[in-house]
Ligand binder design. Structure first.
Ligand code: PMT
Length: 329
């Protein structure tokens, strides 16, 4: 077990990513996660399908080892679930690593809706028969057909996480399994990962008692896992990270800074309040704002309908530049 001094990597109190994995226990379902992913990747490697590994939703930060309370964030997984559908449409196989109970591809059209619940989509025809309410049938047929197409052809693998630690173990393991696909794999990191956490050795074992008065919490900083992801775990794949800000002045500079710091290929920058209407796609040599027009919005066009084709195009270039390098060797 590392000592407290070994935990500090740079005098700023941030532990090294490797130390995080030594200090925390892997999720009990990690072997099952790995087995499912290995089988999926093998299948698509044989079929030469391109694969995208999508992370989606927020991570929780438990405050107690026997967890009653935790810190969470706003993300409901809309970006990831919606993007998965457009990647499937573009011919990709999709690993959808999502926060448990957050939005899922296809199902998202009928869940998490404040005004229409699941039963509102159904009508009772007679005593023994229920059917889809005719007002929803046309749209549901389209969604159902795309969903069946994805599942029948084994092109969608759903895997879940809950806590930050759960997420990080699965991110490491998952990206290493996909690494064998080399440049054919894309990593689309849309999850809203907590930047602060309570290390398990500093956590209360049992429920924090309110009889102790006001609660003061000190959270440690989570190490930046993009560093080992880009340089070791998935070094040949196309890596798309996201940058979320609430201050417009910070958005592009911070996104560019991430690109320089980690040395990966794409950052998609988005603002909290406009994330469904506009994103900026930033690479080392380009910067493109992708926005929906008022007409698009009136026609319920989703920003992912514009974003995913751009990323697929960048991935095409990434794959062919790798092929060119291979020919020159
Ligand atoms: O789910 P929705 O409600 O639809 O919202 C979508 C979204 C706003 C969450 C999504 O579009 C988005 O921006 N996701 C990333 C948000 C985020 O965590 O940004 P960040 O600036 O904290 O992190 C930047 C990148 O670093 C992320 O891609 C993350 O994968 C990575 N990271 C973060 C923390 C960490 N410890 N290690 C990392 O590698």
């Amino acid at each position: 077990m590392p000592t407290a001094d070994q935990l500090l990597d740079n005098g700023q109190g941030v532990i090294d990513p490797d130390v995080f994995f030594e200090m925390n226990t892997p999720p009990t379902n990690l072997p099952e996660f790995e087995a499912k992913l290995e089988a999926f990747v093998d299948y698509h490697q044989k079929n030469k399908t391109r694969l995208v590994f999508i992370t989606s939703g927020g991570t929780t930060v438990p405050l107690e080892n026997q967890t009653v309370r935790f810190i969470d964030n706003f993300s409901n997984g809309h970006r990831g679930a919606c993007s998965a559908e457009y990647f499937l449409e573009a011919g990709y196989a999709v690993v959808f690593m999502h926060r448990q109970f957050s939005l899922q591809p296809f199902h998202r059209h009928y869940t998490h809706n404040a005004s229409t619940g699941f039963l509102d989509y159904l009508v009772q025809k007679d005593e023994d028969t229920i059917a889809v309410n005719p007002q929803y049938t046309e749209k549901m047929k389209v969604v159902l057909s795309k969903y069946h197409n994805a599942t029948k052809n084994n092109r969608l693998l759903l895997l879940d996480f809950v806590t930050l630690s759960d997420y990080l173990f699965k991110l490491k393991s998952g990206t290493r399994i996909l690494a064998r696909l080399q440049e054919k794999a894309m990593y689309y990191l849309a999850a809203a990962v907590s930047d602060f956490f309570v290390p398990s050795q500093k956590m209360h074992e049992h429920k924090i008692q309110s009889s102790g008065g006001a609660l003061t919490l000190t959270l440690d900083q989570v190490p930046k896992f993009l560093t080992p992801l880009v340089s070791v775990w998935a070094s040949k794949g196309l890596i798309v990270s996201f940058k979320l800000e609430t201050d417009a002045n910070l958005l592009v500079p911070k996104a560019r800074q991430a690109l320089t710091r980690y040395g990966h290929q794409v950052v998609v920058a988005n603002m909290l309040n406009t994330r469904k209407q506009t994103v900026t796609v930033i690479t080392k040599s380009s910067q493109e704002v992708v926005s929906l027009t008022p007409d698009d919005l009136a026609n319920h066009v989703e920003i992912e309908d514009r974003l995913i084709p751009q990323l697929v195009h960048i991935h095409d270039g990434w794959i062919s530049s790798d092929a060119t390098k291979a020919c020159q060797q």
